[in-house]
Write a protein that binds this ligand. Structure first.
Ligand code: CMX
Ligand code: CO
Length: 147
């Protein structure tokens, strides 16, 4: 079901400052910057490698406000790893299968993710304390990205 690690999401207070750190320390390149109102974040994707079914990235996340998932996380735990995202061939199918195995799927249907991907989240309390994201890359399968 999981094809690869799509990205590791890192919560931060200052997106521009963290982008500069990753660029100068690891020579990574930003391939996307987006504000995702639905997820309550301003974010950047830094490219690591290309793989079958999509690339792998570091996702830097700055909250749009305190009452957002990343805002609450920062207030409670400070900066650090916020979630791990796995690439799946078909996010809707993965949601159904995983949900049927007793893991809470936080989204009723796939949502819009970075670069036209379709995403859904699994509850950290059912995942050993790790907030987990499912990602269907935009060019895989025939399902249109969610909105
Ligand atoms: N990783 C691990 N545990 C987490 C967590 C995270 N990122 N976020 C919250 N938790 C834990 C909290 O520590 C808390 O545990 P305790 O009760 O033991 O203290 C529990 O989950 C509840 O946390 P909360 O602060 O009360 O937050 P909510 O229940 O309101 O929301 C969650 C938690 C995971 C349901 C919510 O953050 C969510 O729906 N996340 C999915 C969407 C998201 O994170 N979007 C931003 C990223 C967008 C992107 O990747 O593109
Ligand atoms: Co993510």
């Amino acid at each position: 079901m999981f094809m690869r690690i799509d990205h590791v999401g890192i919560a931060c207070h200052d997106l521009e400052e963290k982008i500069a750190f990753f660029e100068r320390t690891f020579d990574l390149t930003v391939v996307a910057r987006e504000t995702n109102e639905e997820q309550g974040v301003k974010e950047a994707m830094l490219h690591i490698a290309d793989g079958e079914g999509g690339g792998s990235y570091i996702q830097l996340l700055e909250p749009l406000g305190p009452d957002t998932p990343v805002g609450k996380f920062l207030a409670k735990r400070g900066e650090g790893v916020h979630h791990v995202a796995f690439g799946v061939p078909d996010v809707a199918e993965a949601m159904r299968e995983i949900g049927g195995r007793g893991v809470r799927v936080l989204d009723a249907e796939p949502r819009h993710g970075t670069l036209g991907s379709s995403i859904a989240f699994l509850h950290p309390k059912d995942m050993g304390g790790v907030l987990t994201e499912l990602v269907q890359a935009p060019d895989t399968g025939d399902a249109a990205p969610g909105h």
